[in-house]
Structures are given as C-alpha cells and as structure tokens.
Write a protein of this length. Structure first.
Length: 202
C-alpha cells in the first residue's frame, strides 16, 4: 500500500520553520526521537504524553500554534503508522544534506535526547529483559547526547562516520522494536485480569 502524504514524515526544513514561528522548544529531530521512544517502549496513552510534552505552552486560539499542532500531529501519526514498517523504510528525521556541521550534529544529538526521554517514559518495564546489544545501544545513545557540535571539518571521512552513526541509530531502533515486542506485557495486564470473570465449570 502506498503511504499518503499525511502518513509520511514532514519535510525537515519546513517543520523547522513551523516550530520556530511558534517558539516550540523541540527541534524536528528531537520530536521524532521522542515519538519513536514512546512507540518502542509501548508507553500507555502515547498521544496524551505527546500532547502534554509538546502542546502545553501552545495557545489553542492562536493560528500559528494551530499550524504547529497540525505539523506535529502529522509527525506523530507518521511514526505510529510506520510501526510495522520494513527495516529499509525506517528513516530518522534529520537534515537531508549529509554535511558534518553544527546543525547536523545538533540534530543527531537532539534525536538521541528525544528518543531516550520517550523510551524512558516506559518505566522499568521498558528496559527489562533487553539483550546485551539492546542495553549497549541505550548506553551508546546516551553518549551521543554529549556530542560536541562545535567546529568540525566537513571531510569525506567525517561524512562517512556520520552516516555510520545514523545507520547505527536506525538499526538500534529496529533492534529495540523487535525486543520490546517480544518482551512486552500490557501495562494494565493485572487490572484486565481482575476485571475478567472467572470461567464457570460445568
């Protein structure tokens, strides 16, 4: 099935402009990481967590704020629509040009910040029973949040290293997605059991 425009990630540069116009503190990359973290960790009521984190300072009556909410709603929907995407279809919302500069490095750092925050909202359940590779990935992301975004040479070597880092992030998300699905237990499982009538025996 071909994805509609509403199901695809918004354009990075356009979303930057939209968020800046209404002074949203999140960058597009951080917001995308946050949404993916909510998804992968199976956070209960993810849309509620999303709204509370991103929309709390937006004036419901303001036109620009409405544009921001619409753009962010599209981003959130695109992430969750793609929950079952094939590995090659998962992309990170980063600047499109592969250029090693402060903007690109900050976007990678912001994505990692957002993902860790969203994933962390899953609580202890979200980090239980992860493989060594999954645990290592989370530790590596934490290190990436400390990326130095200062003056870096935009050399072919650094471009290749940046591509490797971004591919590692993409593959790590897919790894966590598979592991969390395997180990996931509904957060309200015990409440559901309490509400379920006992079977009557003949």
């Amino acid at each position: 099935m071909v994805a509609s425009d509403s199901d695809s990630l918004p354009d990075y540069a356009s979303l930057v402009s939209t968020l800046e116009r209404c002074a949203v503190a999140y960058s597009p990359s951080e917001a995308h990481g946050f949404a993916l973290g909510l998804l992968i960790a199976h956070v209960p009521e993810p849309s509620k967590a999303w709204r509370e984190e991103l929309y709390s300072d937006l004036d419901p009556a303001d036109v620009l704020a409405g544009e921001c909410r619409a753009a962010l709603d599209r981003l959130f929907s695109a992430v969750f629509v793609a929950a079952d995407a094939a590995p090659m279809q998962l992309v990170l919302l980063l600047p499109q040009d592969i250029q090693v500069d402060a903007r690109r490095l900050a976007a990678v750092r912001d994505w990692c910040d957002g993902f860790l925050f969203g994933f962390g909202l899953g609580g202890k359940v979200s980090s239980a029973d992860l493989s060594q590779a999954g645990s290592d990935f989370l530790r590596d992301i934490t290190e990436f949040t400390r990326l130095d975004t200062g003056d870096v040479e935009n050399s072919a070597e650094n471009q290749a290293a940046l591509i490797d880092i971004e591919e590692y992030l993409r593959e790590g998300v897919l790894l966590l997605r598979d592991e969390m699905r395997k180990n996931h237990v509904r957060h309200d499982a015990f409440e559901v059991l309490d509400r379920t009538p006992s079977l009557k025996h003949a």
